[in-house]
Design a protein around this ligand. Structure first.
Ligand code: NAP
Length: 251
């Protein structure tokens, strides 16, 4: 049976461990026949990501801290790419926990640099490699447009990220590169553990989402497959929700 990503090469940034949304995406991409390249942030994660990469048959694994120019320059040497997945975010734990008005300047700028500007710099490094067009995607959350308790500085970052998706989509469209964001429902990952009372959020979603359950990372990964494949060829600049429908609910 033909697979949806046969012949495509995908660069996936943001695998930290087996719970990472990026890892679910990497598994789904391999299932659909893509060649997969993974990156890890720094030496601390090298062994874990190498082991996970070996499990799924990743073709290459390289270091990339998105705040380092030399690491981004290395991406630009990868050769032809069809898909780029940006699954990266960071904010200081203190800035997520304290009242939003108390957000530190440094913490605000750090969240913007790692979680938003990195999409611009990754796109700049990799767009020239998408010589036959392609698909870029990032991961976002409902906290971009709604006030969600304890999401604070990261909500503002996600708003910037979604606007960045639209500006990139508008510019890169003429090169047949599509840029989208997947807005995932809450999933227990290392990043999510930084958000105070995260398990209460999971309980609330389970009770209130139209599907009366939480989001499975494999569902997020299947949306990524859709966007990466030719099935998604008419979709760009958009935010697609995979959250059991939670975002449609009011009181
Ligand atoms: P995760 O496994 O912790 O993934 C976040 C990744 O970002 C990690 O691999 C982390 O590496 C990486 N990262 C942080 N700073 C970096 C840097 N300077 N350079 C390169 N990589 C860096 O958590 P996740 O939940 O899968 O998060 C992936 C994306 O999904 C994030 O954008 C997140 O906001 C988004 N999202 C998550 C949820 C959720 O509920 N989990 C919902 C919606 C959207 P280190 O571990 O080394 O820091």
């Amino acid at each position: 049976m033909p697979q949806l990503l046969d012949g495509k090469t995908a660069l996936i940034l943001g695998v930290a461990n087996k719970w990472s949304l990026a890892y679910a995406i990497a598994q789904a991409f391999r299932r659909e026949g893509a060649t997969v390249i993974l990156t890890y942030q720094g030496e601390r994660l090298r062994q874990t990501v190498e082991e996970l990469g070996a499990e799924i048959g990743a073709s290459r694994i390289l270091e990339c801290d998105v705040t380092k120019a030399e690491d981004l320059a290395r991406l630009a040497e990868l050769g032809r790419l069809d898909v780029v997945v940006h699954s990266i975010a960071f904010a200081n734990r203190e800035d997520l926990a304290r009242p939003f008005v108390e957000t530190s300047r440094d913490g605000f700028l750090l969240a913007q640099e790692v979680s938003v500007y990195s999409l611009v710099s990754v796109a700049r490094a990799t767009a020239p490699l998408m010589t036959e067009g392609g698909a870029m995607m990032t991961l976002t959350y409902l906290g971009s447009t709604r006030v969600l308790t304890n999401y604070n500085v990261m909500g503002v970052a996600k708003a910037g990220l979604e606007a960045t998706v639209r500006y990139l989509a508008s510019e890169l469209g003429e090169k047949k590169i599509r840029v989208n964001a997947i807005s995932a429902g809450p999933v227990k990952t290392a990043s999510a553990r930084g958000i105070k009372d995260f398990s209460k959020i999971l309980e609330l979603v389970q009770a209130k989402a139209p599907l009366r359950r939480n989001t499975d990372p494999a569902e997020v990964a299947d949306m990524a497959v859709f966007l990466a494949s030719d099935l998604g060829r008419g979709v760009t600049g958009d935010v697609l929700f995979v959250d059991a429908g939670f975002h449609i609910m009011g009181l």
